[in-house]
Design a protein around this ligand. Structure first.
Ligand code: GLN
Length: 486
């Protein structure tokens, strides 16, 4: 797949283009194509122009890194000082945080250029990005289909040359699944590998900021830049990942133990199964050892996820009361009515559904039956995943049981939509890392994604395995617009 970041970075260093010119090019693509794809919900072009100027100075004085001067985007739930950050929700309309998220502080320090905020499901709750108050983004591969979600705007922007890369958040699949629907890479790092400071919380024990990019190398460059311990996030971990991007390509897959769990293939579409099977055969033909794994706990992952995610969301979203942030109704008689009206008018249906579900499973009398049980089952899942990584180095699985849905396909049935998260949520429940890699297309040309999953902090192993596939197998997913970088 296209190595957009390294190509652009080389062009910048060779003075074939300046960051200011590059930024104008991206801005003009956004100005013409965002009308079609609805990937961006707000733009920060003026700031981007001054960031590009500063980046050109870094390049001139020799202090540039691989990301200096490269235009990118943040999901609408990642804070940057003074810029609209609304979680695609009416309740946060007009909200501008007064501080930077740690990921943005780090990227800004390297001279990144931020073009604006990208579309998403409201508060990251969804799998299609259709619950956005701004309307759904459209899949650049086929605009009658969704981008996936919840980081759908970022995936569309990266796919359609509206940003070189994007940061999204992944609570139950929201980076990997849109990456798979749009035919790009999506990395969900180990829980704690990347600081969550400045990411607006959905389910705090599951949330992790991840990378959407066109190639494995691009993904690794960004991961290298954003990972690391952060005093602002007590759950972040001090782990030395080394320089993953520059060590890619040094390893083949001989002797790599690849686990395949049959439970992961139950109920998935035949074309997806075939595409993943051929990828597994490709690894085997190149010397990997395929290990059959049994993961019967997998079927418990979905209810465990929806109980824990909703419970945490109901608590995290308690802060939106019309007093401190965003939207407040025009008329009310007292404070209680103001809060009631703010929440009734400000939240969309899916968010309300989840707050109610979360409140229910945490309420006295139901706590033991639902929330506590889900937490115990989560421990089982964690233990089972630890066991399987004693038998294999990585696990291969589909990213989703289906390719991109038609627009409005799932809006009538929330449960149908929840069921489609079966392949991604176990990764968040257990805190391990996974990357979604394009491995083929279905009969109508929509991309299919494969997850390469590793044990905690094994980002290097999964990125190496993904890189080997990307470079040596023919995945059958065309680069958008024939591979042009701009
Ligand atoms: N589709 C899942 C949900 O609706 C995952 C969302 C996410 O990862 N933010 O909860």
């Amino acid at each position: 797949m296209r190595e957009v970041i390294s190509t652009l970075s080389q062009m910048l260093k060779n003075k074939e283009i300046s960051s200011a010119e590059l930024t104008e090019k991206y801005i003009s693509v956004i100005e013409s194509d965002n009308k079609i794809y609805n990937a961006y919900v707000s733009e920060t072009f003026d700031k981007a122009r001054s960031q590009a100027k500063a980046a050109d100075e870094m390049i001139a004085n020799g202090s540039a890194t691989a990301l200096t001067g490269i235009p990118m985007t943040l999901k609408d739930n990642i804070c940057s000082d003074g810029d609209l950050t609304t979680c695609a929700s009416k309740i946060l309309s007009g909200f501008r945080p007064y501080y930077d998220s740690t990921v943005w502080t780090k990227l800004k320090g390297q001279g990144a250029v931020m073009l604006g905020k990208t579309n998403m499901d409201e508060f990251a709750m969804g799998s299609t990005s259709e619950t956005s108050v701004y309307g759904a983004p459209l899949n650049p591969r086929n605009t009658e289909h969704v981008t996936g979600g919840s980081s759908g705007g970022g995936a569309a922007a990266v796919c359609a040359n509206m940003a070189a890369y994007a940061l999204g958040s992944d609570t139950g699949g929201s980076v990997r699944q849109p990456a798979s629907f749009c035919g790009i890479m999506g990395l969900k790092p180990t829980y704690g590998a990347v600081s969550r400071y400045g990411l607006i919380a959905y389910g705090s024990s599951l949330d992790q900021i991840g990378v959407l990019a066109n190639s494995v190398k691009d993904t690794a460059v960004v991961f290298d830049a954003i990972s690391g311990v952060d005093p602002h996030d007590q759950t972040s971990v001090d782990f030395d990942f080394g320089d993953i991007a520059n060590s890619l390509g040094q390893k083949d897959v001989k002797g790599l133990k690849i686990g395949v769990a049959k439970e992961y293939f139950d109920g998935i579409n035949g074309e997806i199964k075939d595409a993943i099977d051929s990828a597994i055969k490709f690894y085997e033909a190149n010397g990997a050892e395929i290990v059959d794994i049994s993961l019967p706990v997998l079927k418990q992952a979905l209810p465990v996820y929806y109980i824990i995610a909703c419970a945490e969301a109901s608590s995290n979203l308690g802060r939106y009361d019309g007093i401190r942030y965003g939207y407040r109704p025009e008329s009310f008689n007292d404070v209680e009515e103001m809060i009631l009206k703010t929440r009734t008018e400000g939240f969309g249906d899916e968010v309300k559904r989840r707050i109610m579900l979360g409140t229910y499973v945490l309420s006295s009398g139901y706590y033991d039956a639902y929330y506590k049980k889900a937490c115990l089952l989560r421990e089982n899942l964690i233990a089972d995943f630890e066991d399987i990584f004693n038998e294999c180095d990585v696990l291969i699985a589909p990213t989703a049981p289906n390719t991109a849905f038609k627009l409005n396909f799932n809006s009538a049935s929330p449960v149908e939509m929840y069921l489609s998260d079966i392949a991604t949520v176990p990764i968040n429940i257990t805190g391990v890392p996974a990357i979604s890699v394009p491995v083929g297309t279905d009969g109508s040309g929509l991309p299919i994604g494969m997850q390469i999953i590793g044990k905690k902090f094994s980002e290097k192993t999964i990125l190496d395995a993904a890189y080997f596939y990307e470079k040596n197998a023919d995945c059958g997913v065309e680069d958008f617009k024939g591979g042009v970088v701009l």
